[in-house]
Design a protein around this ligand. Structure first.
Ligand code: ASP
Ligand code: MG
Length: 820
């Protein structure tokens, strides 16, 4: 059987419970021989190093020493009971050694590297001994402890520790029988120099230890157990949508580590990389999770693996006509920086050679400026170099992925996303490896940039953040419809519909990811007071590519807000007629905003509910047809009243009946006034290109003039007095073989527009509708002899909600890339 290496860091070994968890994980690994590399118990290395500094400045170290003993003693006692006595005896001896070293330090008032390394390394000895004892007590397999100082030989160099492979291999063979079949617990972090002195592999060196032992043992894999699920596609504290990267290459891991994904330190991977040993980042809290596989040849196909940033950057720009075509300028520049020991993190020079800019850590910015000014003193004096600009408060944003090499359009997507998010790019660098594209931006923009770029590469381009206002009858049904279809839409079309906010007139509920729609009603009830500004800000989240507000109210005040929303790039979908049937000036402003911001404003359901009226008309216009007339029955309520009114019952009793059944508005005058039909007529007129104000429309109200004021009850009581007039009109119509219908009519050629009660021949399309049907007739150049007719139920929550839903999908269909 081969070897698997498992490394557990300090946070995985913080207390007794942690040790138990680690022991259980090790026990579960039975498919190979196990090499378990451990760090010190969380925080102990810091305490030990603290002791060294304290001693060299002659501070009292006794309390800290006692604290170490208590902490270790507590964990040992909890895990081993009386069985821990030998471990504590060993620790006492170690602490006595530590104390004598510290006393010596106090005398010489300084600490050498060697004494520091000696003291710092005890933490790993203590934790490894303890884990060995815990495993030995529970395991049937043999468990041995390997003190890495007996095995690892390293030479310290300027670039860090260099492993002496031959010596180390030989030493390992001496410490571990070739046929050993069990668990070897190994101290991380510590090693020995060729002259026999204890040394360390540097802070966080246990990862390096694991990687070295993997190479020595020719292990099949190195598992780095930690407290995160793996390498993330972005910093989860800043990018809420960040996800664990399943598989990545060594190179990608290296790039991401540099850019702040601090799961593994690049150098520590080298031994594993040289032997092509896969490294797996896993969580001790979720041992069943896959974690991240870092390998030589990952099988994943994503072009971009992660989005990351480094903060605390200053951008330096050296500019001058004197540099054009002068060889050696860059050499002098970077040579001077090298001499000053300054590391440059990004370089960019345009081919005009008029300027060179580069990024450095902000702490060194002033020194850089001085160094460069000295190096180019002559040119500065003579004006060949005009200035050295320093821009502090910058961040470098990078996308990383092997797949970007040779894949066109990645840079395009990256920069257009930044552009759409309104983020200014100050400098750009992409290496020829094409594994990383970096942009220098203002530090203040970094989080917004990370989110936008992450969304554009990681989320479906059709991910929509949805806020629904007015969860009443239509809104409520719509939420239920969304709950039922969202999963299918995601699976079949990659449409990711996230209802993240629901707000009524009093309360609202907001969710980061999405509101579970199964019980949205209770959630709204038990939530916070409505605050429309906060609601809208929440919906327009910068980590999601698109935001849409579904206004399911009939509210004038809400309609007044569309201007702000569309201007901000938020799409608006609504059955509410108030905005686009309001003043022409407002209507045109909204249309202009949609053109400028790219936000969509969709209102199919404001005419004929779910019937395809508005977009049928728009298609006719867009394809160059000429509209002659549009007419129709646009009110389900009025359609119903005149369908039922055949003279057998007075008109007033039909109205009263319909009102009590809820077929009319609570106040039937809202239907009978014709204003609802008038608004719809105005909407169609404007859609057809006719600039029509509501006031220009001639509207015949069916509310008798004397009954305009007063309560609903009074109105219904007094309406019978007007039955005779209505009956007379019906009689005239019937005598001519006609029926009465309340219609809206537009003549686009003359501009005439009116809403009135008219009679139609029994054979006319308008005479043959059922119940609450709406019907719209378009007479156009193409549909001239035989008009285009749209007919069907034109009211009711189900069809209206479905119509809003259809608009939402229509919107998604138009969302190309990110933010479009
Ligand atoms: N215990 C050492 C440190 O804290 C090594 C490690 O944890 O990897 O730096
Ligand atoms: Mg419609």
């Amino acid at each position: 059987m081969g070897w698997n290496v498992h490394k557990f860091g300090g946070t995985s070994l913080a207390d007794a419970e942690c040790f138990r968890r680690v022991a259980a994980i090790v026990a579960a690994q039975t498919d190979a021989r196990q090499a378990v590399v451990v760090s010190a118990i969380g925080g102990m290395t810091d305490v030990l190093l603290g002791l060294v500094s304290a001693a060299s400045s002659q501070a009292d170290v006794a309390p800290q020493l006692a604290m170490l003993k208590d902490r270790y003693g507590g964990i040992v006692g909890e895990l081993l009971g009386d069985g821990g006595v030998p471990l504590m005896a060993q620790m006492e001896r170690d602490l006595a050694d530590v104390e004598s070293v510290l006393t010596a330090l106090a005398l010489v008032k300084s600490a050498s590297h060697r004494s520091r390394d000696l003291v710092a390394g005890f933490g790993e000895l203590w934790s490894a001994r303890l884990l060995t004892a815990v495993l030995a007590a529970e395991q049937r397999r043999p468990v041995v402890l390997i003190d890495a100082r007996d095995v690892l030989r390293v030479v310290q160099s300027e670039m860090g520790p260099v492993v002496q492979w031959e010596d180390s291999r030989a030493a390992l063979a001496g410490s571990l029988a070739a046929d050993f079949d069990g668990i070897a617990v190994i101290t991380g972090f510590i090693a020995r120099t060729p002259d026999g002195l204890q040394t360390t592999l540097g802070r966080n060196g246990s990862d390096f230890s694991a990687s070295i032992f993997a190479a020595l043992l020719e292990a099949a894999e190195v598992n780095i157990w930690t407290d995160v699920e793996g390498v993330m596609s972005g910093d989860p504290r800043r990018v809420p949508e960040a996800a664990v990267i399943r598989e990545m290459s060594y190179n990608e891991a290296m790039e991401l580590a540099y850019f702040g994904a601090k799961v593994i330190h690049p150098q520590t991977m080298t031994p594993a990389v040289e032997h092509s040993i896969p490294i797996r980042i896993r969580s001790t809290f979720n041992p069943a999770g896959e974690g991240t596989w870092i390998t030589a040849a990952p099988r994943s196909t994503e072009l971009v693996k992660g989005v990351s940033s480094i903060e605390g950057i200053a951008l330096i720009n050296l500019e001058g006509s004197g540099m054009i075509g002068v060889p050696g300028t860059a050499d002098r520049l970077f040579g001077s920086l090298r001499e000053a020991g300054i590391s440059v993190v990004l370089i960019s020079q345009g081919s005009s050679e008029h300027s060179i800019c580069f990024a450095v850590p902000v702490e060194s910015a002033q020194r850089v400026k001085d160094v460069v000014a000295r190096a180019f003193a002559g040119e500065l004096a003579q004006g060949q170099v005009q200035n050295i600009d320093v821009t502090p408060d910058c961040a470098i944003l990078a996308v990383v992925g092997d797949g970007m090499a040779g894949a066109p359009g990645i840079a395009g997507r990256f920069f257009s996303t930044l552009g759409r998010a309104g983020i200014n790019v100050r400098a750009i660098a992409q290496g020829a490896s094409e594994r990383n594209i970096s942009a220098v931006i203002a530090a203040a923009d970094a989080t917004r940039a990370l989110r936008a770029v992450h969304a554009s590469f990681y989320l479906s381009a059709k991910t929509v953040s949805i806020g629904l206002i007015g969860p009443g009858s239509v809104g409520g049904v719509l939420l239920d419809q969304l709950a039922g279809e969202a999963e299918r839409l995601a699976a079949e079309f990659g449409v990711d519909l996230r209802v993240r906010a629901i707000g009524g007139s009093r309360r609202m509920v907001l969710a980061d990811k999405r509101i579970p729609l199964a019980n949205w009603r209770e959630q709204v009830e038990n939530s916070e007071p409505m605050n429309l500004d906060r609601f809208v800000d929440h919906v327009q989240a910068d980590h999601l590519p698109h935001a849409v507000l579904l206004d399911c109210t009939a509210d004038q005040g809400i309609a007044q807000r569309y201007e702000d929303w569309l201007g901000r790039g938020i799409h608006v979908i609504t059955p509410n007629k108030k905005a686009h049937s309001g003043s022409l000036e407002y209507y045109h402003r909204l249309k202009a905003l949609t053109r400028a911001s790219g936000a969509q404003f969709l209102y199919e359901t404001s005419v004929g509910a779910g019937l395809p009226v508005v977009h049928t008309l728009r298609d006719l216009v867009d394809t160059g047809d000429e509209i002659y007339t549009i007419s129709g029955i646009f009110s389900g309520t009025l359609a119903y009243l005149f369908n039922v009114y055949d003279g057998s019952r007075p008109f007033s009793s039909i109205v009263a009946d319909a009102q009590s059944k809820g077929y009319t508005e609570p106040d039937p005058r809202d239907d009978l006034s014709g204003m609802d039909v008038a608004r719809k007529t105005v909407i169609l007129a404007r859609e057809a290109g006719l600039d029509l104000e509501l006031e220009q429309l001639s509207v015949q109200s069916l509310v008798p003039e004397s009954l305009g004021e007063g309560s609903v009850e009074d109105f219904l009581n007094q309406l019978p007095a007007h039955d005779a007039a209505m009956a007379a009109q019906l009689k005239v119509a019937r005598a001519a073989g006609q029926v009465l219908r309340y219609v809206g009519e537009l003549d686009l050629r003359s501009g005439a527009a009116r809403v009135h009660l008219a009679s139609f021949d029994a054979g006319h399309a308008f005479a043959n509708i059922s119940l609450t049907d709406n019907i719209v007739q378009f007479v156009t150049r193409r549909y001239c002899d035989n008009p285009l007719i749209v007919r069907g139920p034109g009211a009711g929550p189900d069809v209206t909600a479905a119509g809003v839903f259809a608009d939402l999908l229509r919107l998604c269909g138009r969302l190309g890339g990110n933010g479009g």
